[in-house]
Design a protein. Sequence first.
Length: 78
Amino acid sequence: GEVTGEVIKLIKVLDGEMKRSEIQKMLQLKHDDNFRLQYILPALEAKVIEMTFPDSPNHPKQKYRLTEHGKRLKQSKE
C-alpha cells in the first residue's frame, strides 16, 4: 500500500514497543485525533505497525511496534 510521509515519520521514531503518547511526544504532536487519523490508522492499514493488544484497541496498556514490513521500510529509509 501507499505509505505517507506521516507514516514514514512514525516508523523512524518507533523503537521497540511504545505507547501512543510516547510516539506522539517523539513527533512533537499535540492533537490526539489528528495523530490517530494521520499517523496510527494509515500505519496500521499499511501493516507497517501492529498493536500489542490487537483484539482490544483501547487496552490501557496498548503499545505499538513495527511489523517485519515496517522494519524493512525503516531500514530502507535510514
